[in-house]
Design a protein around this ligand. Structure first.
Ligand SMILES: NC(=O)c1ccc[n+]([C@@H]2O[C@H](COP(=O)([O-])OP(=O)(O)OC[C@H]3O[C@@H](n4cnc5c(N)ncnc54)[C@H](O)[C@@H]3O)[C@@H](O)[C@H]2O)c1
Length: 321
């Protein structure tokens, strides 16, 4: 089995590469190192069954070379992270939509299975309970770049299904919920690495609003296991599948849990909702995945709880210094 991972030097991509290499798969990785890092690939680049293609996923010639002989493509390359999306909204849309188009167009020739990394963000504002795959999607106004990211991921899903209908491309859509763990960086707005970094530096942990908004976190090693199982599941082809863990925690409780794990003297600082809104930030009250479909298709259930996730993040950031 030969697999191309776009965004292979990223947080999820680099863990997935290690996971797949351990299963005798051969890999091509493609990355422009915009948010991913070469250092994430230390363990895999020496491997004889792994090749790295450096460059942009919108570059058709590069993607054609990288996809040669691939049985499957895991398309992870994207502009990701709330702060990055706010800073570079036009680039976000272009990378996320054009990048997916190039992958799907190239897949017409090579005919690999295409796993597309979508996001829980596509559920938008529309659903405030548990989010399941059949729910309607619902976005906020186009004046907010935040919703541009959500729309770009939703459009990617439509593109994938359009290619499936028109060209017979085999596609699997994974709607990934808050994945976190070692190698995730806080620079682009990811909450847990940001909290851990602040706690270890005795700086305030900044919480938007009152922190009552909830999220469900899944360890990156569980996410990559779920992706690997979906790739081996013929019944998942043509399906949208949530990838997540159902335990919910409020952001305020998460901040307190991080302070407990790090024995930090940091305080918790609340950013007034009004300031967050002025910065274009909109927090959704709840994100919790329905996981029954993933379980039914792959027998997958996340194995690592929140304490393990936080412990691994703290351990990594302490080691990094
Ligand atoms: N981490 C999460 O909680 C989460 C949640 C939902 C969806 N996702 C999706 O999973 C995928 C991977 O995200 P991640 O968390 O590993 O983030 P990441 O930023 O670490 O990974 C994205 C990778 O894509 C690369 N990349 C970006 N633009 C590129 C371009 N134009 N050409 C080539 N490479 C490019 C980056 O350098 C990076 O290595 C993304 O598609 C993201 O939307 C992640």
């Amino acid at each position: 089995m030969h697999i191309l991972i776009t965004g292979g030097a990223g947080f999820i991509g680099s863990h997935l590469a290690e996971h797949l290499l351990a299963k005798e798969v051969s890999l091509a990785l493609l990355d422009d190192h915009s948010t991913g890092q070469r250092s994430n690939l230390e363990a895999v680049l020496k491997h004889p069954r792994c090749t790295l293609h450096e460059g942009d996923v919108r570059d058709e010639a590069l993607v054609t070379r990288a996809m040669q002989g691939a049985d499957a493509v895991v398309h992870l390359a994207a502009a990701v992270g709330a702060e990055l999306v706010m800073r570079s909204p036009a680039r976000t849309l272009d990378v996320n939509v054009r990048g997916t188009e190039v992958v799907l167009e190239t897949a017409q020739k090579e005919k690999p299975l295409v796993f597309l990394a979508s996001s829980s963000e596509v559920y938008g504002r529309g659903v405030h309970g548990v989010q399941s795959e059949e729910d309607d999607l619902g976005f906020g106004p186009s004046t907010s770049p935040r919703w541009g990211y959500a729309c770009s991921k939703a459009l990617d899903e439509w593109l994938a299904f359009a290619h499936a209908r028109e060209h017979g491309t085999r596609v699997i859509i994974g709607r990934i919920f808050n994945t976190t763990g070692p190698r995730q960086v806080g620079d682009h707005g990811m909450v847990l690495p940001r909290f851990v970094r602040a706690a270890l530096r005795a700086e305030p942990l900044r919480v938007h609003g009152n922190g009552a908004q909830t999220r469900s976190f899944i360890h990156v090693l569980d996410t990559v296991e779920a992706i690997a199982r979906l790739l081996e599941c013929p019944a998942a082809v043509g399906e949208v599948v949530n990838i997540g863990r159902s335990e919910e925690i409020s952001i305020l409780a998460l901040a307190k849990r991080v302070l407990g794990h790090t024995a930090s003297r940091s305080t918790i600082e609340h950013i007034p909702a009004e300031t967050s809104r002025r910065e274009g930030y909109e927090d959704l009250p709840r994100r919790r995945p329905a996981t029954a479909k993933l379980l039914r298709l792959t027998a997958f259930e996340a194995q690592r709880d929140l304490d393990r996730i936080i412990t691994d993040c703290v351990h990594e950031q302490r080691a990094r210094g």
